[in-house]
Every structure is written in structure tokens, then in C-alpha cells.
Design a binder for this molecule. Structure first.
Ligand code: SAM
Ligand code: ZN
Length: 278
């Protein structure tokens, strides 16, 4: 039997991974990983490390991840991928994508940093399965990032957090000297045209001030807005609605029927890309 995709990349990423319980180093024992204190975790058949044991966070479902993969493959967020990759130094050795989903941002960043190894972490097993296949130099793990981030202290040159939960104290711990964390958050008009027709959740006001607070002790070093209008066909309208938080409570068939009835829609893509450092 051949080793699953992502398995070799997982061995390469091991020095950067840490036990999610006690942060001790992890070593490989066949199909499991064990820390020096004896906590043990499975390596899934699909090659990712299953470090989310005990988490009750639902994470994205397989259907949501499939919608995200298809939507992103259509290139509607290509400009965001470019902007994120441009924040990663070409000399980076280790890149972590936190709440990575299918890790397309990690894959793009690894293309821009030819020496780097990457690890994508998400609480969703479906996301980790996709992330393990995202790039030959990308490893993947499940973990609940509201708990400890299962990365070794000072191990990461560039961290990415795209539309995911972020915690400045943990990011500060895992960043190597000179390391940066690139955070992507939606602007107020992001996907605004879809909010009413599909009852998508609006944005909390004061987002930017709260982001800076959450990211302490890291501080913003630069920020850029990516804003463009994309014409989405009904399939992609339904995918972008269902791949986000609304996908947990909207009925997929109804969203698809409503999107088909509306026809192609011009939709605003608008996000802020902020680089944090020490
Ligand atoms: C909006 S998606 C973004 C995915 C990816 N960064 C992208 O932009 O394509 C949010 C992701 O965060 C993950 N997630 C939510 N809560 C999490 C947690 N506590 N720990 C780790 N991942 C989490 C979800 O499973 C989902 O894949
Ligand atoms: Zn441990």
C-alpha cells in the first residue's frame, strides 16, 4: 500500500507541530503521533494528523468544503489569494494556515516560497482531508484553534488566518523571530448583494478595532483592501452562500433554487488583508 498524500509532508511538518494538550513535541509511531508526555493521536488514512480530539466545535461539513473548493476553483477570490501570498516572504521556511479550509491560500503561498513547508490546520475533518491534498509541501491537521494551537513555540515564519478565528497571544507564541501573521477579514460590503436575498449574516460593527484588540500583543504593520465586482452564475451564488457560516442553517436545495431564479448576479468581493508582527 502506498503512503497517503500528505503523509510525507506530515513528517516534514512534525518539528513544527506540538501536542494540542501539553505542547510537547510529537513523534511518529506508525499510524499515530505521540508526545513525550504520552498523549497519542491518530494519523488519518488520508494523511492528516487528527489533533482535534474532544472538540465539540462543528467546523465546516463535507458539503460546505466541497462548495468552497468549487467556488474557489472558479477564481472569484484569486485577487485575495494573490494579496495574501504577496505578504509571505519568499525566504519563509514554515508557513501555517489556520482555519485553513481546503488550504488553497496555503498552496498559493507555498508556490511563492519555494523552500517552505506548510501546515494547514482546521477543526473540520473534511477540510483537513482536502488540505492534505492541497500542495506537495502541505501537511494537514485537525485541531480546535479556540484551544491551544498545536504548533511549536517560535516555529512559524508566516501564519495565515483567512476568515477564521484568531488569537493574538497564541499567534505570538508560535511565530519565529521576525515572523508575521496575515489576517483576512471581510469589509462591510463583502457579498452585500447576497445578504438580503439569502438571509446571510451581516457583519458586526467595529470589526477593525476588535481585530486589533484580539491580535494583541501583535501589532498591525500594514493593511490593504481588495475590492472587486464579480459576476457570479447561479451555481457560484449558491456555493458562496452555502460555504460560509450560513451554510450551517440554510437549506441547500432552497438556496440553489433561489439562486437559479435570480440568475447571474454582480457581487462585491471586499476584504481587508492585514499583516501583524511584533
Ligand atoms: C469561513 S471558513 C475559511 C476557510 C479558509 N481559510 C478559506 O478562506 O478558504 C472557516 C473555517 O474555520 C474552521 N473553524 C471554525 N472554527 C474553528 C476552530 N475553533 N478551530 C479550527 N478551525 C475552525 C471551519 O471548519 C472552516 O473551515
Ligand atoms: Zn502531550
Amino acid at each position: 500500500m502506498s503512503a497517503p498524500e500528505g503523509s510525507a509532508a506530515l513528517d516534514g511538518a512534525l518539528p513544527a507541530l506540538a501536542c494540542p494538550v501539553c505542547l510537547a513535541p510529537l513523534a511518529r509511531h506508525g499510524a499515530s503521533l505521540r508526545c513525550t508526555a504520552g498523549h497519542a493521536f491518530d494519523v488519518a488514512r488520508q494523511g492528516y494528523a487528527a489533533l482535534a480530539t474532544g472538540s465539540t466545535v462543528p467546523g465546516d461539513t463535507a458539503a460546505m468544503v466541497a462548495d468552497r473548493v468549487a467556488f474557489l476553483a472558479a477564481g472569484h477570490y484569486a485577487a485575495i489569494h494573490e494579496a495574501v501570498a504577496a505578504t509571505v516572504p519568499a525566504a519563509a521556511h514554515r508557513i501555517a494556515d489556520l482555519a485553513c479550509g481546503p488550504a488553497t491560500y496555503l498552496a498559493r503561498a507555498l508556490d511563492a516560497a519555494p523552500e517552505a513547508l506548510g501546515v494547514g490546520i482546521d477543526v473540520s475533518a473534511a477540510a483537513a482531508r482536502a488540505a492534505a491534498k492541497a500542495h506537495p509541501r502541505a501537511a494537514a491537521a485537525t485541531a480546535d484553534l479556540r484551544r491551544r494551537v498545536p504548533l511549536a513555540t517560535a516555529s512559524i515564519d508566516a501564519a495565515l488566518v483567512v476568515f477564521g478565528p484568531r488569537d493574538g497571544a497564541e499567534l505570538d507564541r508560535v511565530l519565529a523571530p521576525g515572523g508575521t501573521a496575515t489576517v483576512v477579514v471581510p469589509e462591510e460590503d463583502h457579498l452585500a448583494q447576497l445578504r438580503e436575498p439569502f438571509g446571510m449574516l451581516g457583519l458586526a460593527p467595529d470589526k477593525e478595532r476588535r481585530l486589533v484588540e484580539r491580535m494583541r500583543p501583535l501589532a498591525p504593520q500594514g493593511s490593504q483592501v481588495v475590492r472587486e465586482r464579480r459576476l457570479l452564475d447561479p451555481e457560484d451564488v449558491a456555493r458562496v452562500v452555502l460555504m460560509g457560516p450560513s451554510g450551517h442553517h440554510l437549506e441547500a436545495d432552497r438556496v440553489r433554487a433561489e439562486a437559479a431564479a435570480l440568475g447571474p448576479l454582480p457581487v462585491t468581493v471586499a476584504v481587508r488583508v492585514v499583516v501583524f508582527g511584533r
